[in-house]
Design a protein around this ligand. Structure first.
Ligand code: HEM
Length: 483
């Protein structure tokens, strides 16, 4: 009993101290014209209602209620920080386009702890440019056109060949098999499907669940599991590094691997910690987002037979063109012909909203639409609010890939923020699109599918299908079976 009282006293002292601090810093800004809003509870602020799960095809009650009460730019206290929240397309674009000039990364401490302080997301200036150039080199055009496209084609075919004798598969896991194995092979030269690769995949699942979660480092919380997974993943990376360095000493150069780890070891002067965070982050960015994008496409297309038909026509046409040429695997030219597929991808990312927000900190005093954003203030660009704005996308709740076909549709790309923008625009955007296109290629030419039981994409803690997206699959009588 005494211990409990002592613990409570300790907790309340910490709470009061921290909240006094955060309110004082908010008080410094009294001279400014801040957006309206509610700071919620001390310390917790409005974090709990903000993190409440909701369908990822909506902005959720929290954003809905605050926006209708205070407007598209409002003040809140989220993840331990007073934050200007933007559901405004113009301010979101302004934030993304002015990264490093007016804004710097402003991710919460809990996210920094999980991803590591050397992660590219937290680098600024030259350090950011240097790490970004490593990422850009990793996904350069030459690599996309050959090893990545070839691996995507073969792994997707392999994944779907296992569906032939199944009636129900979990779309979420099937998508991960492609994207995770792609990253494992090209980052650490780990072979698809081996026990070591599978173990790493499981750890990454725990890691992904905890990145955006309530930052409580208590037993069995998503956050503490993510921290444990981080430690495991780093151990694997550092073991690989050690093996490579030993091999170099033994001059076994003919065995040198052609992957991101090797390239970084040979072309950077990064420390062990920096390499660990770089590899961990690229892996995470590269598999987690794309697997969700593929699962979302399976889900949306399952509810839109007309789009499947249109997509199938496009892919059958490409295959027929190839038969005359002889080679059955997809080439980059084939990929570039997939125009409607790109519309499906845009629409999937718009409506599915994989990345719910981007956090930054004002590095100087900013005035926007009559509001002050003081130096040091945190800002949150809520991307789904733009994608689901009816004044920007007609009937935004509908899955309508055709909206991207018309000239009018193309003009809307400035309101398409799925890959972020500006100096931090996703370097893996084309790789992600290509993996989605190749997966859809095998899917539509070989299978019909429908949801085996109701499921839907939920936002927060991170985008997920609670039931794993169970789909009934049926092999087409005229399946192309390039598997
Ligand atoms: C559909 C798939 C993808 C989506 C929706 C997506 C989304 C995003 C977004 C929104 C950002 C900007 C974050 C910010 O501004 O703070 C970003 C950055 C990043 N993405 Fe992706 N991504 C995808 C695929 C990939 C792939 C395949 C890779 C693998 C190489 C990757 C690696 C990265 C990296 C390294 C960054 C940090 C860039 C920087 O800070 O300069 N992403 N991604």
């Amino acid at each position: 009993m005494f211990l409990i009282v002592l613990l409570l006293l300790l907790c309340s002292t910490i709470l009061i101290t921290i909240s006094a601090f955060s309110w004082r810093s908010h008080g410094q800004w009294k001279a400014f014209r801040l957006p309206q809003g509610d700071m919620g509870w001390p310390v917790l602020g409005e974090t709990l209602p903000f993190l409440k799960p909701h369908p990822s095809t909506s902005i959720g009650d929290f954003m809905e209620q605050r926006t209708s009460k205070y407007g598209t730019i409002f003040l809140s206290n989220l993840l331990g920080k007073p934050t200007v929240v933007s559901t405004d397309a113009e301010l979101n674009r302004f934030i993304l386009q002015n990264d490093s000039r007016l804004f710097e990364p402003g991710w919460s401490r809990s996210i920094v702890e999980v991803l590591g302080k050397h992660s590219i997301l937290f680098q600024v200036g030259d350090a950011h440019k240097k790490m970004r150039s490593i990422n850009l080199n990793f996904v350069n055009n030459a690599k996309l056109k050959t090893p990545f496209l070839r691996d995507a084609y073969r792994i997707a075919a392999f994944v779907m060949s296992s569906w032939k004798n199944k009636s129900v598969v979990l779309g979420k896991y099937e998508a991960t098999k492609l994207t995770f194995n792609m990253m494992a092979k090209n980052i650490l030269s780990m072979e698809p499907g081996t026990p070591a690769t599978e173990n790493l995949r499981k750890e990454y699942e725990a890691f992904a669940k905890g990145v955006v979660s309530l930052p409580l480092n208590l037993p069995r919380t998503a956050y503490s599991k993510a921290l444990k997974a981080r430690a495991y993943i780093l151990k694997v990376v550092w073991q690989c590094m050690e093996e490579r360095l030993c091999r170099k000493k033994d001059r076994e150069e003919e065995d040198a691997k052609d992957d991101l780890l090797q390239w970084t070891l040979e072309n950077s002067n990064y420390s062990e910690e920096q390499i660990g965070d770089l590899i961990l982050g690229t892996f995470f960015g590269g598999y987690n987002t794309t697997s969700k994008a593929i699962a979302l496409a399976i889900y949306f297309l399952g509810g839109c037979p007309k789009a499947v038909e249109h997509l199938r026509e496009e892919h059958v046409r490409i295959i027929q063109g190839k038969r005359q040429g002889g080679n059955s695997e997809l080439s980059w030219d084939d990929y570039k012909q997939m125009e409607f597929t790109q519309c499906v991808i845009n629409e999937t990312l718009r409506l599915g909203n994989i990345v719910p927000y981007i956090q930054r900190k004002a590095s100087t005093h900013i005035k926007f639409k009559g509001y002050d954003i003081p130096q040091g203030c945190y800002v949150m660009a809520v991307l789904p609010a733009v994608h689901l704005d009816p004044s920007l996308f007609e009937f935004p709740e509908q899955f309508n890939p055709w909206r991207w076909q018309s000239d009018y549709g193309m003009k809307k790309t400035k309101n398409f923020m799925a890959f972020g923008g500006g100096a931090r625009l996703c370097p893996g955007a084309e790789l992600g699109r290509m993996e989605m296109a190749v997966f859809l290629h095998h899917l539509v030419i070989n299978f019909n599918w429908e949801l085996a039981e109701p499921d839907l994409p939920m936002a927060f803690p991170s985008l997920d299908f609670p039931k794993g997206l169970p789909i009934k699959v049926r092999l087409l009588s005229n399946a192309q079976l390039a598997m």
